[in-house]
Design a protein around this ligand. Sequence first.
Ligand SMILES: [Zn+2]
Length: 121
Amino acid sequence: MSTKQRNLIFNILKEAGRPLTRNELLSQGRKYLPKLGSATVDRFIKEMCQKFELVGLSFPSQPTRFELPAEKEHPHFICRVCQKVFDLDIPMRLPKVTLPEGFYLTGGEVVYSGTCPNCEG
Ligand SMILES: [Zn+2]
């Protein structure tokens, strides 16, 4: 994949300011590069996740969304109407947990839900 494609997807993620699904990345990317292929987006996601330059977010019965690693932990908000996921710029600290033996912690999530400004009511 070319540097141009890589930079484009990176910028889409940066400007979105919220986690995006693979399909959102693809459709937004095609606005700028109409020939952008789904295999290219998949490869980008895989490579970036392996390098920890992209973080996948999975919520029950939702497609995985991706965002750039944040400098600080932050909660997410999922809109029950349009199903979009937003980053909440609220400082937070996850509670420390002691896991049973054999478990290795790599992350945690705080997710709020409700309606977003576009869907209020
Ligand atoms: Zn909404």
